[in-house]
Design a protein around this ligand. Structure first.
Ligand code: 5AD
Ligand code: SF4
Length: 444
């Protein structure tokens, strides 16, 4: 009987992507996936370290895995990959002696080396060596795929652990990405999401002799691939959001009308302390440019509250920007000090947790109210929806995603992977509800 594995994934879409590659790689080594962690011969975690909560959640999972290992008299391999592993490095073996193998985000392939060697000692691998994009993928859905266009990040945001866990930015050559996407499309993929820590900085960090390129050039090349219907990407940085990318949204059919553009704070003073390299005015100017060329585009964002030194006035500026822009959605976070980051040293300026929580509540109110207002523009319109499966709340209905990235629950008959017209009848800040338009469908 073949050996089995189980992977638990924490964190961002890059980790989702890396986990699919881990699974693909294990498949090619003859492993099969176990549905329950307790039955697996190889228990893997792909970890995140972005906020303290991510760390503590993961550790309780790890302890449970250790109990399964004890129950099987040690005959289980426990592996820990990803950003948390990278941030603690060999320390992991001292703190958690039941861990057999640990590896950083650029070291996924080393897991295969470890599993096929005769080594009985625990091993850690933490030097960036290659893109997981080169490994085979085991995709969750046949019609959607991730594409890792770069690894690492050259920014120095003072709150962020990622530059230290994922290292300097390295981009994959354009030709290689186009070939990868062509192959995915030939295999049935119609929607791709380009992944990178700072996607729109793509192109400058391609290793010679491959030529340099740009994110807009990549979008143009990918749009030209027959059969590829939807291109998404995450996350861009406002600093590198130039007109060429904005125009790509306006002119290329497959580039979806959605942009996730992290604001982080609406106060120029806090943005400076965060080392975000743009001011409130510059951010608003980018939004104006984006909307000038793409009036209907959905804009979503990330915001941190309670950054060290954030005053009531700074926070009100964040509220003002949210009112003014009217995001279609936002991920909101309370600042969490991370080891080896600059802001973690601003201890004297840390904000009381209760103050941060109260600010978060006020922020969520504004974000949701504006998102709700914005969503009403879809009511009465017929949107193309990529069907993903049954609705989570009512299995007699279907669920899918509009081009704007909104979840749509609707009545109708369609297969996962189809793109169908849905007439929107109701909208909230989070989801849209509608009915599949039979007339429009007959005309497609
Ligand atoms: N504390 C809180 N939020 C953070 N983020 C990144 N680092 C931290 C931190 N130390 C948020 C940012 C980023 C998103 C992925 O996570 O908003 O855009
Ligand atoms: Fe978490 Fe950031 Fe690493 Fe993604 S890149 S797994 S969000 S720490």
């Amino acid at each position: 009987m073949s050996k089995t594995f189980h992977v638990t994934t924490f964190g961002c879409q890059m980790n989702e992507h890396d986990s699919e590659r881990m699974k693909g790689m294990l498949g090619s080594l003859g492993y099969t996936e176990a549905s329950e962690q307790r039955d697996a011969d190889l228990i893997l975690f792909n970890t995140c370290s972005i906020r303290e909560k991510a760390d503590s959640r993961f550790i309780s999972y790890l302890q449970l895995a250790a109990s399964y290992k004890r129950a099987r008299h040690g005959d289980v391999i426990i592996g820990v990959g990803g950003c948390w592993a990278q941030s603690v490095k060999d320390e992991v073996f001292r703190q958690f002696p039941y861990v057999d193998v640990a590896f950083g985000p650029g070291q996924v392939h080393k897991l295969a080396e470890f599993l096929t060697s005769d080594s009985l000692t625990a091993q850690g691998f933490f030097e960036f060596e290659g893109f997981t994009g080169h490994l085979p993928a085991a995709r969750e859905r046949d019609f959607q795929g991730w594409v890792q266009i770069s690894a690492g990040c050259n920014m120095k945001c003072s709150y962020c652990i990622v530059p230290s866990t994922r290292g300097r930015q390295v981009d994959r050559p354009l030709d290689e990405l186009v070939a990868e996407v062509r192959e995915m499309v030939a295999g049935g993929v119609t929607e791709i999401t380009l992944l990178g820590q700072n996607v729109n900085a793509y192109g400058r960090a391609i290793a010679p002799p491959a030529p340099r390129s740009s994110f807009a050039a990549l979008l143009h090349e990918l749009d030209a691939i027959d059969g590829l219907k939807r291109i998404r990407y995450t996350s861009p940085h406002p600093q590198d959001m130039k007109e060429d990318v904005v125009l790509a949204h306006a002119t290329l059919d497959s580039v979806m009308p959605h942009m996730h553009l992290p604001l982080q704070s609406g106060s120029s003073r806090i943005l400076k302390a965060m080392r975000r390299t743009y001011s409130r005015e510059r951010f608003l100017d980018r939004v104006a440019l984006i909307r000038e060329h793409n009036p209907d585009i959905a804009l979503t964002t990330d915001i941190i509250v309670g950054f060290p030194g954030e005053t009531e006035a700074d926070f009100e500026e964040t509220l003002e920007v949210c009112e003014e822009v009217g995001f279609d959605g936002a991920f909101t976070f309370i600042y969490s000090p991370r080891r080896e980051t600059e802001a973690a040293e601003f201890v004297d300026a840390f904000i009381d947790h209760e103050v941060a929580v109260a600010r978060m509540d006020r922020l969520v109110e504004v974000v949701q109210r504006r998102a709700n207002e914005r969503a009403q523009r879809f009511v009465g319109r017929t949107l193309d929806v990529l069907v993903e499966g049954p609705s989570r709340t009512d299995p007699s209905r279907l669920r899918g995603r509009s081009g704007h990235g909104k979840t749509v629950n609707f009545t109708g008959l369609a297969e996962a992977g189809e793109i169908v017209p849905v007439e929107i009848v109701r909208a909230t800040s989070q989801t849209l509800a509608g009915e599949m338009s039979l007339l429009a469908r007959a005309l497609v």
